[in-house]
Design a protein around this ligand. Sequence first.
Ligand SMILES: Nc1ncnc2c1ncn2[C@@H]1O[C@H](COP(=O)(O)OP(=O)(O)OP(=O)(O)O)[C@@H](O)[C@H]1O
Length: 513
Amino acid sequence: MAAAPLGLLNLEESPLWGSRTVDCFQQLEHIGEGTYGQVYMAREIKTGEIVALKRIRMENEREGFPITAIREIKLLKKLHHENVLKLKEIVTSPGREKDEQGHPDGNKYRGGIYMVFDYMDHDLAGLSDRPGLRFSIPQVKCYMKQLLTGLHYCHVNQVLHRDIKGANLLINNEGILKLADFGLARSFSSDHNGNLTNRVITLWYRPPELLLGATKYGPDVDMWSVGCIFAELLYGKPILNGNNEPEQLRKIFELCGSPDENNWPGVSKIPWYNNFKPAKPLERRVREVFRTFDRHALDLVDRMLTLDPSKRISAKDALDAEYFWNDPLPCDPKSLPKYESSHDFQTKKKRQQQRKNEEQAKRQKLQHPQQHARLPPIQHSGRAHPQHWHGPNHPTNNSQPTVPAGPSHHQYGRPHGLPGGPNRYPSSGNPNGGYNPNHGGQVGGYSSAPYPPQGRGQPYGSGVPTTGPRGATSGYGVGPPNYSQSSQYGGAAGGRGPNPMGVNRNQQYGWPQ
Ligand SMILES: Nc1ncnc2c1ncn2[C@@H]1O[C@H](COP(=O)(O)OP(=O)(O)OP(=O)(O)O)[C@@H](O)[C@H]1O
């Protein structure tokens, strides 16, 4: 990853920033794991305030502070809006002064740098992935309106987000949605003539112009991602879930029709157009595929998922769209239900644990077929083991699958590439590299030529999902709300629900260095 000289961080600009250490906070729970760092829920010891700490990954940094973190800090310092996540301060942890061999460690920041943010109870990916959860139409309008308001503010301030996806839209139990993760964001100006990288935005939310190799672009790239999220909220599952860039383009063209000089003047000049243009013309099918959406929703999705970026609707115009001004109106954020906290990372982790339990139970069943409840267990050794016999009113130990305790808070591995099962969102990392010829490349006349192996991380790249197609097992399209309004999340406990990971929040851990 590109790194910047230490001085560039310029923590001195905000005198208090960087002057406190992470020991001012008590670590409560691991809530997120991204390409660039781990995220923890923590309590400020002095005030009791709950915050989120994002530890900036330094493991791969030999030469200084990662440029992505510098960008994120710089941009967040200038953005102040209710719908943009607030960076409160930067704290440090001292870390080792010597390496394992006892040599002085030249990196001043080796110990750890943490960004302190307002704590948000959910991210949209984690929240909408809750089994059985259905957002109501006023609720979808409320979230979309906030997303567009935050994004409009960024665009007016000449910031492109470049990684809009559910996991980066944070929501608190006051119903407020905030844009987060500005690690790939950058400033732009309308007269800017330089080239920008096209290896940004997680694959499923990446617009066709970037996939075709455009290096001059503007806020329209974010609006494509918004269109994908909007349609996903109404449709109940991701709408364009390609496994690699060629497949992603194919899916876009199958939905939005093939691009040509009539519907997108200038498209033939984009570098990889000839490699990827469909062999035979495809019709636009947006209105057919999403025919169940109401008229105004369909109009808006249609204008967001417009192939030609210059004709794509802007955030400002989207906010003026009929959709937001017709009944049912967007609900008041305060009226939104309060849910038990859910983050994409934890949802995936829970699901992984559940799958493990199921597999283990299955294995145990095969190894030890179910006993008749009234009979003692089969005696393998020929001798009875008294500790296995609990009498007729107690289940035997062997007939019960061993269910491991909930995920240990000491094991925070990222659930990469979970075997089978639904895994709704692509991770933004790309450990598998780029185009995989076994996954639909060359299909329909596309070639993989322009795509070298890549990873989003270093510092830019694609967010190719690590898993295959998702099941829609936890369908969460719009419907009558069936969420729990359990009072336990609204009241005295500061609006936070019980710990879904079974972690004791009072337990203090050492901060990672
Ligand atoms: N302020 C916060 N409050 C609560 N949870 C948060 C907060 N910030 C981040 N998270 C959780 O941590 C996850 C990862 O955070 P973030 O996207 O900032 O990290 P990243 O390393 O930049 O990730 P990515 O791989 O997407 O670039 C988020 O999806 C969210 O679930």
